[in-house]
Write a new protein. Structure first.
Length: 573
């Protein structure tokens, strides 16, 4: 999914005339929304070429494409000799023989036909002309002879001037028109892809579906809010895994959470297991799922002068697995079908103290380049939905202690589906599995989905505490690992590839646990009656946008609007 949207293009554009109303919106087959920007962004060297930037919003996400119409290859300027136009051919006066032909109104055979009495009934002119008429006829004959001689003289003079004239004649020479400066690139795009046919604009017969191509009116209030709501809908199912470390004899949640504060408190194989689950991402810069609604689907990039991000070493003695607690980093894995966030909860007190100390250090340090990127003020925000995180303060965004807090009222949150959470517990002693305080740790495994008003699982929070599957990993002395899968019912005990009681190797542990979590969450979604796949929810939202902001026009009005600079906003729906 592309992070580029209308706000991003306007921010990166060098032209001050571009705004949100510069985009033209069309819908294809009631399932794809096209946002077309006809004006060039001013960032390319060949901005005089027709260009169009298209944001494609469909059921699988949002894509951004930039297209430019070039009549010559981009490297034509480097080798202009190869593209010099051919000169005009020299005219040839030798056009063949010129025959003098005397044209007759009738063929020569007509003169051989003998006359009859009817032909002689009309006398000739010389038989009826008198002396007075003869003088008049002589004057007329002389005038006609002079006119013929004059016309012959003009024809000869014009031929002589034509021979002396240079070629090509600057007066009659055909010159190419000047290059066009204004283009309707949206019309060119739709025409080249075959979307401007008369059949595409007509509504299907005996069907309630709209035409294959319709226009949207972006001037209606609330249009961009609904577009932002569509962008906020996830494109793939998202899951969350909370990982705990349990030492022998521990029974309280605070003891379990403190184990991950330092790498000296855990086994080295545990850190290796974490790194095999996914890759480390920054919460403030990650555009995908981060394990909590308040920090997901947004990205904050640094200034151009800032140094690149330095990855922290997890094996350091001062930094344990708590770095992946969701404050700054999480472990993330994604493929074409799903995305997973692996969170290692840590004590709330230490996180709060660490956050306060970092903020105080930031105030005292004058060199901003040495500060952690998560505590810096972001210079550029590519929020998929502006109201998504504006109402959250810094402590709610950066500290997991806000996981059980309610999201601010009035913030638009789409229905995210049923709760899909899994806990993974690393136990050093197998007998301590029965003493694991899952109910006390429920405050640490909140994702924010259950607190949204649109989530149906908020009505069953007590039941969800018993339905969170737990995968226990017990290291054996032989270097292998024993798996124990625990759930409220027996549905999750037979989820493959891991099953209850299986012994796995160190090399395959991370992959098998991750794949088992994916299958558990997938089965849980399939068993929920209220679950709707992401592509279905996006399709429904696109249909609502079409019904609400459809610009109903006649075919002549639609074609006329494509040639106007102001576009479709001149016509009311």
């Amino acid at each position: 999914m592309s992070l580029v949207n209308e706000t991003t293009l306007i921010k990166y554009s060098r032209l001050p005339t571009i705004n949100k109303h510069s985009f033209r919106y069309f819908v294809l087959d009631n399932s794809v929304i096209l946002a077309m920007l006809e004006q060039p962004l001013g960032n390319e060297q060949n901005d005089f070429f027709p260009s169009v930037t298209v944001l494609v919003r469909g059921m699988s996400g949002r894509l951004a494409w930039a297209q430019q119409l070039c009549l010559l290859p981009r490297g034509a300027k480097a080798n202009q000799k190869l593209f010099v136009p051919e000169p005009r051919p020299v005219p040839k006066n030798n056009v063949g023989f010129k025959y003098t032909v005397k044209h007759r109104p009738f063929p020569e055979e007509v003169d051989k036909i003998p006359f009859v009495k009817a032909d002689l009934s009309i006398p000739d002119l010389h038989e009826i002309v008198t002396e007075e008429l003869e003088e008049r006829h002589e004057k007329l004959r002389n005038g006609m002879a002079q006119q013929i001689a004059y016309e012959i003289h003009l024809e000869q003079q014009s031929e002589e001037e034509l021979k002396k004239r240079s070629f090509p004649d600057p007066v009659t020479d055909c010159k190419p028109p000047p290059p066009a400066q204004e283009f309707q690139t949206a019309r060119l795009f739709l025409s080249h892809f075959g979307f401007l046919s008369l059949e595409a604009l007509k509504e299907p017969a005996n069907s309630r579906l709209p035409p294959h191509l319709i226009a949207l009116d972006s001037t209606i209030p609330g249009f961009f809010d609904d577009i932002g709501y569509l962008d906020l809908l996830p494109c793939r199912p998202f899951d969350t895994v909370f990982i705990f470390y349990m030492k022998p004899g521990q029974k309280t949640n605070q003891e379990i959470l403190k184990n991950v504060e330092s790498s000296r408190n855990v086994q080295p194989h545990f850190l290796e297991f974490l790194l095999s689950l996914g890759w480390s991402v920054d919460v403030g810069r990650h555009p995908g799922w981060t394990g909590h609604v308040s920090t997901s689907w947004s990205i904050n990039s640094c200034d151009d002068g800032e140094r690149p991000e330095q990855d922290e070493v997890i094996s350091s003695e001062d930094i344990g697995a708590s770095i992946f607690n969701g404050q700054k980093k999480v472990l993330y894995y994604a493929d074409a079908l799903t995305e997973i966030s692996f969170v290692v909860p840590s004590p709330v007190e230490s996180l709060t103290d660490s956050l306060e100390s970092n903020i105080s250090d930031q105030d005292s340090d004058s060199n901003m380049d040495l500060m952690p990127g998560i505590l810096k003020q972001p210079s550029l925000t590519l929020e998929l939905f502006p109201n998504h995180t504006d109402n959250l303060n810094s402590s709610q965004r950066l500290s997991p202690n806000s996981r059980m807090k309610k999201l601010p009222q009035g913030r638009l949150v789409p229905p995210l589906g049923p709760e899909t959470r899994v806990s993974v517990v690393w136990v050093e002693r197998y007998d301590d599995i029965e003493n694991f305080p899952l109910s006390d740790l429920m405050t640490e495994i909140s994702t924010g989905v259950e607190t949204t008003a649109n989530s149906s699982t908020s009505l069953r929070s007590t039941t969800l505490e018993k339905e969170v599957p737990v995968i226990f990993i017990h290291p054996l002395n032989t270097g292998l690992f024993r798996i124990k899968i625990q759930g409220a019912t027996g549905k999750f005990n037979m989820v493959i590839p891991l099953v209850d009681g299986m012994i796995v190797s160190r090399r395959a542990l991370g992959f098998l646990v991750r794949q088992t979590v994916i299958n558990i969450c997938r089965r849980k979604r399939l068993e929920s009656d209220s679950y709707s796949p992401p592509h279905v929810r996006r399709k429904q939202k696109i249909t609502d946008i079409v019904n609400k902001y459809r610009n109903k026009q006649l075919e002549p009005e639609f074609y006329t609007s494509l040639f106007q600079e102001v576009g479709l906003k001149n016509y009311s729906s």
